[in-house]
Design a protein around this ligand. Structure first.
Ligand SMILES: [Zn+2]
Length: 166
C-alpha cells in the first residue's frame, strides 16, 4: 500500500528551508535549493528528478518550463504556507512521520546498537522508534522535541484544507 509521500517528490526554493524540513518530517522526499543556486540549476533538478517545485519566488515560477509542476506560494509564515500547500497538493502531514533526515532528506533506518549509544541517556528507555541517518549519522528518537513536532503535524492535518489562518 503506497502512501501519498511515496508518490510525490518535492523541491523547495532556498527561501522555504523551514517548510522543507517539515515536509521531510512528514515523510516527503523534499529537495532544497541552496541559497547560491541559480534558477536554471533549480529548474534542471526538478526536471531531472521529476520533482514538484514549491516556491515563493514569482520570477522562478514564471521561468519553469513545461514539464515541471509548480506550486507558487502566495503567503509567508510556516503555518500559512503549510495550509496553502495542503490545499494545492493534498499533503498528508502524518503519512510517514520521522522517516527522513530533516537535514539532508535521506531515508532513515532503524538505529544499530552502536548508533543507539548516541541517544541521550535520559531517552534510552523510551519505547522508540530509534532511527538513524546513514548519510550524516544523526539519530532520531521520540523525545520531547519530536513529540512537539508530531503534534504540530497532526494539527496541520486536522485543520485540513479549510485555508485557516489567513
Ligand atoms: Zn542526515
Amino acid at each position: 500500500m503506497g502512501t501519498h509521500a511515496e508518490s510525490v517528490s518535492l523541491f523547495c526554493d532556498a527561501m522555504l528551508a523551514s517548510l522543507a524540513r517539515w515536509l521531510r518530517a512528514a515523510g516527503y522526499d523534499t529537495g532544497l535549493a541552496s541559497v547560491s543556486a541559480r534558477d536554471r540549476a533549480v529548474l534542471d533538478a526538478c526536471l531531472a528528478q521529476s520533482r514538484i517545485l514549491v516556491t515563493r519566488d514569482r520570477h522562478l515560477a514564471a521561468h519553469a518550463p513545461d514539464g515541471i509542476r509548480v506550486v507558487l506560494l502566495a503567503v509567508d509564515g510556516l503555518d500559512a504556507q503549510a495550509a496553502e500547500l495542503t490545499v494545492a497538493l493534498g499533503i498528508d502531514w502524518t503519512c510517514a512521520p520521522f522517516t527522513r533526515c530533516l537535514l539532508d532528506n535521506t531515508s532513515l533506518h532503524d538505529a544499530t546498537p552502536g548508533e543507539r549509544t548516541r541517544v541521550a541517556p535520559r531517552a534510552r528507555n523510551l519505547p522508540g522508534p530509534f532511527r538513524a541517518c546513514p548519510a550524516c549519522g544523526r539519530v532520531y528518537w521520540p523525545g520531547s522535541h519530536v513529540r512537539r513536532m508530531q503534534a504540530r503535524l497532526e494539527h496541520w492535518n486536522a485543520r485540513g484544507g479549510n485555508g485557516a489562518g489567513g
